[in-house]
Design a protein around this ligand. Structure first.
Ligand code: PLP
Length: 456
């Protein structure tokens, strides 16, 4: 670009962000695109495809990392990231656990076959009914505040149960969070545990960070180990668990594409010059099981974090949501039509942005959607709107690159939507049906495709 001429206006098209495709997704979109098309025709748009085989791979990879370090550990799948039963079942079959925060999630975890002692309960000021259910099933209860611990003590005493308890700590870096105990409050709760040994069994400490920095997570894990050691020194001898929450990053697009995108990002690249305050880091350099490995290798004053955990007999609990669902789903929309604006088009799809949640966090799901059965290209740029009467119901504000103009009846595919995108905000707005979820599995030998509805 001739910067020296001064008034060079920025290009009105953003840099492409091709979404990573797991080989299974590559096969689905390549060899099986006609059947996917039929499924949307038959089951409605949007249609969410969920891929438990990929979830299972992610789970196995994380478990291997933990095993390589000879750690006592538990993986709890954070259920709020996707409601599909197939993922809860996959976790159960691998003898992993699930992190829940409501009676609905708890009953789904149990009915999927997850034993109560492999279920973690989190959330602030949990309802009495939920605490009772968790006590009776022997779940691990993460207590959010001193008041909640007092309530739990009474409920446990009435039921003649001993509550397996973690205390949720709010690290300094989460000062703005509404969750967890400050260190001072932790002291009060620890004293309450000491005073109520017949109803409260303090098993450790938990925390959850909203950011994705590994160094911060390592520092907090190390600190939580110290908290366990202090509690043990006071006589709470069963205090040997550290639950580091979720937040393992996911890489949706290559770091190279991501950095180039950020360098060139400009509001003219979006319909109506829309701008966003920030985006999920779609091109993290280190993600998933590799991020877990890096975390365990992080240095502490007592050697690596893994060493410090082992040396002190600490059982590590992780609660990944998004990272277990990496590449484990996609969302198909039927295209209703498109209309031309000055130098781009507006595609209207059947469905709404309620089925791609990022918009509801004042942000956008950026990996490029693709036309089913078509190669990528950049000859045609279009944003994507939903078929509702809200001007703001945009699935993609960004003018996304396509190989050619789209036709009604074609299908648009958003890849890697299982983690949070598909179902956390869906509603029956406009009296629309809640979109269906289809479980697809490919035969490992001949790659033939098998599908079923998730809720059957
Ligand atoms: C949401 C949540 C998780 C999962 O976080 P991810 O970023 O999806 O891994 C884990 N633990 C708690 C307490 C949560 O609220």
């Amino acid at each position: 670009m001739r910067e020296d001429l001064g008034r060079v206006s920025p290009p009105t098209v953003s840099k492409p962000l091709p979404a990573h495709q797991h080989p299974l997704i590559g096969r689905l979109l390549g060899e099986h695109h006609r059947r996917l098309n039929e499924l949307v025709q038959g089951l409605g748009s949007p249609l969410h495809v969920v891929l438990p085989q990929v979830f299972d791979e992610n789970l196995a990879r994380m478990q291997r990392v933990l095993d390589t370090h000879h750690l006592q550990s538990t993986i709890l799948f954070a259920k709020k990231a996707n409601k599909a039963d197939c993922f809860a079942r996959a976790a159960a079959e691998r003898h992993s656990g699930i992190d829940v925060a409501s009676s609905g999630e708890l009953s789904k975890a149990l009915s999927a076959g997850v034993r109560g002692d492999r279920i973690g309960l989190s959330g602030p000021d949990k309802p009495e009914r939920l605490l009772k259910e968790a006590l009776l099933h022997g779940c691990l209860i993460s207590v959010d505040s001193v008041n909640e611990l007092q309530r739990l003590t009474l409920i446990a005493a009435n039921l003649n149960q001993r509550a397996r308890t973690l205390l949720r700590w709010r690290p300094e870096s989460e000062a703005k969070s509404r969750f967890g105990h400050s260190e001072e409050e932790l002291n009060q709760s620890v004293l309450l545990c000491l005073a109520n040994p017949s109803t409260i069994e303090l098993q450790g400490f938990s925390f959850h960070l909203s950011g994705y920095g590994l160094a911060e997570r390592a520092t907090c894990t190390s600190r939580a180990i110290d908290l366990c050691l202090q509690a043990r020194a006071l006589g709470l001898v069963t205090c040997n668990r550290v639950d580091i929450g979720g937040g393992l990053p996911v890489q949706y697009v290559s770091a190279q594409h991501w950095n180039r995108f950020l360098q060139h990002d400009h509001r003219t690249h979006y319909h109506a010059n829309k701008s966003f305050s920030g985006f999920y880091p779609y091109g993290s350099e280190i993600a998933g099981a590799n991020a877990l490995e890096a975390l365990l290798q992080a240095p502490t004053q007592q050697g690596s974090l893994a060493h410090k955990l082992r040396h002190n007999g600490i059982h590590l609990i992780i609660e990944p949501g998004r990272a277990l669902l990496d590449q484990a789903g996609l969302t198909l929309f039927n295209i209703l039509g498109s209309k031309q604006r000055s130098d781009y088009s507006i595609i209207t799809v059947e469905g709404s942005s309620l089925s791609l949640s990022e918009q509801w966090f004042n942000s956008e799901y950026l990996p490029d959607p693709v036309l089913l059965g078509e190669p990528c290209g950049s000859a045609f740029n279009a944003c994507v709107g939903g078929s509702t009467c809200l001007d703001s119901d945009m699935v993609s504000w960004r003018k996304v690159p396509f190989s050619r103009p789209v036709l009604p009846g074609e299908k648009l595919v958003y890849i890697n939507t299982a983690g949070y995108q598909m179902d956390s905000n869906e509603s029956a707005f406009h009296d629309a049906a809640i979109p269906r979820k289809v479980v697809i599995e490919l035969d490992p030998h001949d790659h033939s495709m098998h599908w079923r509805l998730d809720d059957i």
